[in-house]
Design a protein around this ligand. Structure first.
Ligand code: ACO
Length: 427
């Protein structure tokens, strides 16, 4: 039976339909509100706005639940490959053997990038941030691979091409930034092995596959693969709604992810921990600063728009961090500091009252450091992981006949009309 919410204003009653998701989440459909009443809704930061119906990712911020296409992220982190997870997100179900083989072959076949792209990389100033470079280069792919396709098969190959090439482009940017020879992808390696090999193999020191590092990367990417309508995914959907090409939409997602309040937090956490170490390890001072409303400082890697409990991804990441450092026999004082800081913050009334817990970025930087990834590449690692999610969300929006151009309204608070003042009369 259809449910409604009744809004009463000035004696007028407006019935608004209730939409109920498969997990029982309720939303009020206000899409007809303006037409019926002249009202719009106001929700800065969209904290209470459902922008779409989506069958990709389910999260419950109170219970700390995250599932991709119905499968708990914990099970995927334990059992799946990143490739299977990407396929699951984009196609809605796990691939069977044949589908996985076909997907792997397509990823392999598309993993090289146009040699001319190298020239672009070489011309960026050395100090450029890799996220800025990646965002520009992904946008540039449209010029190198203009055939985007219109049939399902053609669109599938554009999506696979992007998945295959971004990993190569990320490793390539690292090599070029170091002034090293670019290492090409190899067909005999898995998705994660290939990336590490492209990053770390050199003519003088061939890269030896390290199982613990490969596994850490697999889990890291799976945990980042999708997170429903977060800032960068919303950017992809909003930009995509103007019917730009897939590369342009993803490029906007990369730009959004760069921000320190979003994906850039993994880099910011390491910078914060480094600064605390330089300050003699006084993490309590950082906590006091984070609580001080006159200080813009925030505890990076803490807090989340949706999770009001421990981020389930952070739980897995923390455990993995311990296991990885153990297996690589790394004694990283930064991990000890992070744990002390976490414990102190989680027992502090301010953080308890504000429901602020570690998010995925709190421990992910320490994992990436142990794998050998330089700090300025951390957010690029996040972007590679999030790519399947962005692609799946873009595809879902494009397949949705009701997906319109995104065009929110506003409540105007500026000047009332007044007349143009000639320059000699202006004060
Ligand atoms: N340190 C100190 N106080 C915080 C923090 C923090 N990390 N996060 C939120 N708060 C406080 C705010 O000051 C505010 O307090 P008030 O109500 O007393 O004024 C309250 O908690 C709510 O904060 P908002 O900024 O309104 O929460 P919002 O949902 O908009 O922001 C965000 C979420 C951006 C993640 C925020 O918690 C933050 O800035 N965290 C640090 C950056 C970070 O780790 N980002 C990664 C997020 S996960 C991801 O993108 C992968």
């Amino acid at each position: 039976m259809e449910e409604f919410v009744t809004l009463t204003y000035n004696g007028q009653e407006i019935k608004l339909p209730v939409v109920i998701g498969t997990e029982g989440e309720k939303a009020i459909d206000i899409s007809g509100l303006r037409q019926d009443t002249g009202f719009i809704t106001l929700d800065p930061g969209y904290a209470n706005t459902g922008s779409c119906l989506s069958a990709i990712t389910y999260m419950d911020g109170e219970k700390g639940i995250l599932r991709y296409r119905g499968i708990p992220v914990e099970q995927l982190a334990e059992n799946a490959t990143f490739k299977e997870t990407a396929y699951l997100l984009i196609n809605g179900k796990l691939p069977n053997r044949d589908q996985l083989t076909r997907f792997s072959v397509m990823l392999n076949d598309n993993s090289l990038v146009h040699e001319d792209l190298k020239a672009f990389y070489q011309n960026f100033p050395r100090a450029s941030h890799p996220m800025g470079i990646l965002s520009s280069m992904v946008n540039a792919l449209r010029s190198f691979y203009p055939e985007l396709g219109t049939t399902e098969e053609e669109i599938n190959s554009t999506m696979t091409r992007l998945l295959a090439k971004v990993r190569t482009m990320a490793a390539m940017s690292y090599k070029i930034s170091r002034g090293h020879r670019v290492v090409y992808p190899r067909p005999d390696m898995t998705y994660c092995e290939n990336f590490l090999n492209m990053m770390f193999d050199t003519p003088v020191k061939p890269y030896e596959i390290n199982r613990a590092a490969v596994n850490a990367l697999r889990v890291f990417w799976i945990l980042h693969a999708d997170h429903e309508q977060n800032c960068s995914t919303s950017a992809v959907r909003v930009v995509g709604s103007a019917r730009v090409n897939l590369y342009a939409a993803i490029s906007s997602g990369i730009a959004a992810l760069w921000g320190p309040l979003h994906g850039g937090a993994n880099q910011a956490v390491i910078e914060m921990l480094t600064a605390i170490q330089a300050d003699g390890g006084d993490y309590k001072k950082a906590i006091e600063r984070a609580k001080d409303k006159n200080d813009p400082f925030r505890l990076m890697g803490f807090g989340h728009r949706v999770y009001k409990t421990y981020d389930p991804r952070a739980k897995i990441m923390k455990k993995m961090c311990d296991e990885l450092l153990d297996s690589l026999q790394i004694d990283d004082p930064m991990l000890d500091l992070a744990k002390e800081l976490e414990e102190a913050a989680c027992n502090d009334a301010y953080f308890i009252d504000h429901n602020l817990y570690p998010n995925i970025d709190f421990y992910s930087g320490i994992v990436l450091r142990a794998v050998g990834i330089p700090t300025n590449m951390f957010t690029v690692m996040f972007a590679i992981g999030r790519l399947p999610g962005w692609i799946a969300q873009w595809k879902e929006s494009m397949d949705d006949p009701k997906w319109k151009i995104c065009r929110p309204r506003q409540v105007y608070t500026g000047n009332l009309q007044y007349d143009f003042i000639p320059i000699h009369a202006r004060i």
